[in-house]
Every structure is written in structure tokens, then in C-alpha cells.
Design a protein around this ligand. Structure first.
Ligand code: NAP
Length: 277
């Protein structure tokens, strides 16, 4: 039995489906099972990662798990899992752990602490360190549906967006295969694309042009702060500003681990065209 946490999320839901397709028995942890739909055969299990004392049922009979890092951290979740007999964890971490200083970057701090907690618990571990998710572009969906426009700072910011199915495919390879223990993978899409290029690719996928409306940093910060903690929004804008001149790395880790090249952003836009129409 494999436990998937964060199972209704962008990555977790793909991990669940790919494990089922591989013939595995899967238990999916969600806070509210009535709000999540999983493929037939998946055991949905109620539990909150912020309250590890209540996870005994979720861990029962589980040897391997896909671990999402909740806002509350992974410390007591990892030790409770190990105590309940879980042996391996594939942790959804972040490229921020190797690109930023955890002392000043909250995203790096959160994932750095999660990695250390999994190691300290004595679990055999694999760390997935994706850089930007292609799915971050879903934040543009309402503006594209309503006005065919994206509003943001730094249209020439360079990205290496990774498709959620590729992060999940690496997770599944690490959960099911050998040779991934004590390995950390920096995961990216196959190529660099600018934010303006992403808007254009979405326009091509939906069959009508999408404009990128450039905002000043201050305006963009105000808009982001409506749904993102301000220190995180500031770090995301710092990162975007830097990437105008310094492109992020592109790695071959997806292909190295899964044997298949990473999907392009154009492919992601086609897969998600319905979200933007
Ligand atoms: N966005 C990026 O570019 C990027 C890049 C690298 C790494 N990351 C990392 O990837 C993660 C986000 O992954 P995602 O997009 O797949 O997540 P997501 O779509 O935001 O989904 C989060 C999932 O976690 C569950 N969850 C949240 N808190 C929980 C808790 N306390 N107990 C149980 N379940 C809980 C949610 O379940 P409910 O249904 O119960 O709400 C949901 O299924 C974050 O850790 C982020 O830092 C993101």
C-alpha cells in the first residue's frame, strides 16, 4: 500500500492516477474525502498533516509514501510515519532549497526544514526539487477567460516550467523503482520560456491571442498580496526580476529518471486549454 498525501493537489492527484495505472494499491490522504474524487480502487482516507496524532489509520500497512509539505511542516508527520512502519518517503520539496538561502527565503526555509525532518526521522528518502510549476499559470485563468489578458510584472522573466505529470512521473519512478534512495532531483521543464511566451502559448492552445499587460513591481505586489503572503510574493518578484537577465537552469532529470523527455509548456497549455477558454 502506498500513501499519497496532498492527494487532491496539482501533483498529488497525478501521482495517485499514475500509481493506479501502474497497478499499485493507493491510499489517498485528504482533509475532506467528500470533496475529492479519485480513480476506482483508491482508498480515500481523512487526515490532517497538521495533526499527526490522528494519522495512525492513514499509515496502517503503508511502507512507502509520497509526502507533501504542509504549512505546519513535516517534522512530526515524518517521525509518526516512521514509528508506524513507513520506510520510504518521496518528498515534494522545492528547487528553492538549492537556489535560495533558507535564512532569508521562506519557501526555501519551509522545504529545507521538511527535508531535514524526513532525514532525521530515519526514512529512506528521495527529494523532488521542482523549479516553477507550469500549473502556476492557472493563476492567470480568470483574466484570460474574461479579458484574454495576463497582468503581471516582468514579461521577459525567464521560466523553466515543469508539467505536473512530469513531477508525478518522477515521484512514481522513485516510489516503485530502485536506485532513488538518498537522491535529490532538481526537476525542470525541457526549455526556457518567458512569461510573455507562456501567455502566447496559452493563446495558441485556446485559439485566440492573449495579451501580457505589464504592471509595475508595486502594482503586481499589491495584486499578489491579495492571495499570497507578502514576504512570499516579494521573493517571487525578486526571482522574476533576476531571471530577466539570468535564466534558470534546465535539467535532464525528468528524462534521466523516467526515460521520457519532459513535456513542453506548449503541451501543458494544450492539456489545460479548457481552464483558459
Ligand atoms: N508552485 C511552484 O512553482 C512550486 C515549485 C516547487 C515546489 N512547490 C511546492 O509544491 C507544493 C504544492 O504542490 P501542489 O501544487 O501539488 O499543491 P496544491 O495543489 O496546493 O495542493 C495541496 C494539497 O495538499 C493538501 N493539504 C494541504 N494542507 C494539508 C494538511 N494540513 N493536511 C492534509 N492535506 C493537506 C490539500 O488538500 P485539501 O484538499 O485538504 O486542501 C491539497 O491536496 C508546495 O509545497 C510548494 O512549495 C511549488
Amino acid at each position: 500500500m502506498i500513501l499519497v498525501t496532498g492527494a487532491s493537489g496539482n501533483i498529488g492527484r497525478c501521482v495517485v492516477r499514475q500509481l493506479v495505472e501502474a497497478g499499485e494499491r493507493v491510499r489517498a490522504l485528504v482533509r475532506d474525502p467528500s470533496s475529492a474524487a479519485f480513480p476506482p480502487g483508491v482508498q480515500a482516507c481523512a487526515g490532517d498533516l497538521a495533526e499527526p496524532a490522528g494519522l495512525a489509520q492513514a499509515f496502517d500497512g503503508v511502507e512507502r509514501m509520497f509526502l507533501f509539505t504542509p504549512a505546519s511542516g513535516c517534522g512530526s508527520v515524518a517521525s509518526a510515519a516512521r514509528a508506524a512502519g513507513v520506510r520510504r518517503a518521496v518528498l515534494l520539496s522545492s528547487a528553492a532549497t538549492q537556489k535560495a538561502d533558507p535564512r532569508v527565503n521562506p519557501i526555501a526555509a519551509r522545504h529545507d526544514a521538511a527535508e531535514k525532518a524526513v532525514q532525521a526521522a530515519g526514512l529512506a528518502w528521495t527529494f523532488l526539487r521542482p523549479d516553477s510549476f507550469a500549473a502556476n499559470a492557472l493563476a492567470w485563468a480568470a483574466g484570460i477567460r474574461a479579458q484574454s489578458e495576463v497582468r503581471g510584472a516582468y514579461p521577459q522573466a525567464q521560466r523553466n516550467p515543469i508539467h505536473e505529470e512530469d513531477v508525478a512521473a518522477v515521484a512514481v519512478a522513485a516510489l516503485l523503482g530502485s536506485g532513488h534512495e538518498q537522491a535529490a532531483y532538481l526537476l525542470t521543464g525541457p526549455a526556457i520560456i518567458t512569461q510573455a511566451g507562456q501567455a502566447e502559448a496559452i493563446g495558441q492552445a485556446i485559439g485566440r491571442p492573449v495579451r501580457f499587460v505589464e504592471l509595475t513591481r508595486e502594482c503586481a505586489l499589491e495584486e499578489m498580496a491579495a492571495h499570497t503572503p507578502r514576504p512570499v510574493a516579494e521573493k517571487l518578484l525578486d526571482y522574476a526580476a533576476k531571471s530577466v537577465h539570468v535564466p534558470p537552469l534546465v535539467t535532464s532529470a525528468v528524462e534521466d529518471v523516467t526515460g521520457r523527455p519532459a513535456r513542453s509548456f506548449a503541451r501543458w497549455a494544450q492539456d489545460h486549454a479548457a481552464d483558459f477558454r
